[in-house]
Design a protein around this ligand. Structure first.
Ligand SMILES: [Zn+2]
Length: 241
């Protein structure tokens, strides 16, 4: 029974490591929804920012044009004083009037730009608030997850050291065989045989093998599922003792 007890220990340690590893795999999934929400909000914010910057640029451009044209009118007006002929004078007046008219149109364009600019500014502030709300949560979750991942790694490392220590008490070829069964049989590689049946696959065990299990300190496996089996008295048998 000595070897079987060690195998039971080994199974326990390997099982714990396996469960921890499964939990660890699930952890990043917990944050996936939050991550995609964050990315969505970030994209909306960046689009709003882009729109706002474009309008800001257009607004500056329009204001600059209007300013330049105003200067031009002022300069033309000053020049009027020094003009000698009527012909030149009227030509200059006409030019000034033309520039003024263009500027009226420009000012209207600027007004509609300002409306869009203010809307974009408001939208940008809203998107920024939305993004801040999610990014705060997302950051906190990631810090939490990183800490948990760290402690998983630490615990799995400890179990791994313990597994090696337990396995060192056994023949390496037996350990390899055991690990193979552990993988194939979903973490259950050593089971009790009770009432002439294997508690792993619930198939009958021939009386001859069952008797060997009771008597021998050798490793026997279930002929059906290949798990290592060991004798365990049934409740009736145990009560009879
Ligand atoms: Zn079996």
């Amino acid at each position: 029974m000595e070897q079987v007890k060690i195998l039971i220990d080994l199974q326990e340690v390997m099982g714990q490591a396996r469960r921890l590893d499964e939990e660890k795999q699930k952890v990043p999934l917990e944050v996936a929804d939050l991550k995609s929400l964050f990315e969505e909000r970030e994209a909306s914010f960046l689009a709003a920012e882009q729109e706002f910057e474009t309008l800001k640029q257009q607004r500056r451009e329009k204001e600059r044009e209007i300013e330049e044209e105003r200067d031009k009118v002022e300069r033309a007006k000053a020049k009027l004083m020094s003009i000698k002929t009527n012909k030149e004078y009227y030509a200059m007046l006409k030019e000034i009037e033309g520039t003024r008219r263009t500027n009226v149109a420009r000012e209207e364009e600027l007004l509609s730009l300002l409306v869009r600019y203010e809307e974009a500014e408001k939208r940008l502030a809203e998107r920024k608030a939305d993004l801040d709300e999610v990014s705060g949560k997302y950051r906190e979750r990631r810090i939490d997850i990183d800490a948990r991942m760290g402690s998983f790694d630490e615990d799995i490392g400890k179990l791994d050291a313990r597994r090696r220590q337990v396995a060192s008490k056994l023949d390496p070829s037996l350990v390899r065989r055991f690990e193979m069964i552990f993988e194939r049989r979903d973490g259950l590689a050593v089971v009790a045989a009770r009432n002439y049946s294997c508690t792993g696959c619930h198939m009958n065990i021939a009386p001859q093998l069952f008797n060997l299990l009771q008597r021998e300190d050798r490793i026997h496996t279930c002929p059906n599922c290949n798990r290592v089996v060991y004798f365990e008295a049934s409740e009736i048998e145990a009560a009879g003792e």
